[in-house]
Design a protein around this ligand. Structure first.
Ligand SMILES: CC(C)(COP(=O)(O)OP(=O)(O)OC[C@H]1O[C@@H](n2cnc3c(N)ncnc32)[C@H](O)[C@@H]1OP(=O)(O)O)[C@@H](O)C(=O)NCCC(=O)NCCS
Length: 197
């Protein structure tokens, strides 16, 4: 099992590579109009060029190597299409060994179970490869789809974090869904991982 790569029944979750340029460009230029306010939008076509893609890969690798943020792409096995992104964001080592969980599925692929399949792979990577003890999904209370996904993943509702994130010009509450590695059948190694210097 290679680090930061998982093959599930229908998907592959892995870091983006240079050879993914066309798929990445297609992903950000082929979405239907946003289905809700959390959905991604198509990007400005002039930004979807090879030098920006190279810059993105470099920045993602630096963030992985410095153990701060793992941003992974999701591909459909049969078609090779990029269908989403999952992430372990803002990694905290020290006493917490925790991170926020991120997930986005291209809006033409919603409702097929891809969100669940890809995020379960990301959780496995977070606990086994990144060696985190806890992951947390912070969700705006009106983001029903995301809450359904968090529940379906088996995350535990922990409560409301008041005025937690500044989004769309105001401070917003987040409902927190969490899990520790034990809840996903991964034994804690007993030694907190430290960040490379
Ligand atoms: C949230 C998101 C990732 C879900 O992706 P998806 O591929 O459509 O999700 P899935 O098909 O795997 O569905 C996950 C669960 O939610 C349920 N669900 C999905 N949409 C639902 C809806 N509108 N109403 C009720 N349940 C719903 C599914 O039935 C499934 O539960 P199950 O496994 O018990 O059947 C996707 O909608 C998205 O990218 N949203 C925009 C970005 C976002 O909000 N990210 C999270 C920020 S906190």
């Amino acid at each position: 099992m290679a680090l930061f790569i998982r093959k599930t029944k229908r998907l592959i979750v892995r870091p983006l590579a240079l050879s993914d340029f066309i798929e990445w460009k297609t992903y950000f230029s082929s979405m239907s109009p946003p289905k809700n306010k959390w959905d991604n939008k198509n990007r400005d076509p002039s930004d979807l060029n090879k030098s920006n893609f190279r810059r993105l890969l470099k920045s993602q690798k630096n963030l992985r190597d410095s153990d701060k943020f793992f941003d992974l792409a999701v591909f459909e096995k049969t078609s090779g299409k990029m269908v989403g992104r999952v992430a372990a964001m803002d990694i905290l080592r020290g006493l917490g060994q925790t991170s926020y969980l991120g997930y986005f599925i291209h809006n033409k692929f919603w409702g097929k179970g891809y969100g669940k399949e890809a995020t379960l792979a990301m959780i496995d990577i977070a606990f086994r490869d990144i060696q985190l003890h806890r992951i947390e999904a912070g969700i705006e209370p009106s983001n029903r789809r995301s809450i359904m996904l968090a529940r379906s993943l088996g995350l535990r509702k922990e409560g409301l974090k008041k005025r937690a994130v500044f989004l769309r010009g105001k401070w917003n509450d987040l409902v927190m869904y969490s899990a520790t590695c034990e809840e996903f059948g991964v034994k804690w190694k007993g030694q907190p991982k430290t960040r490379p210097h």
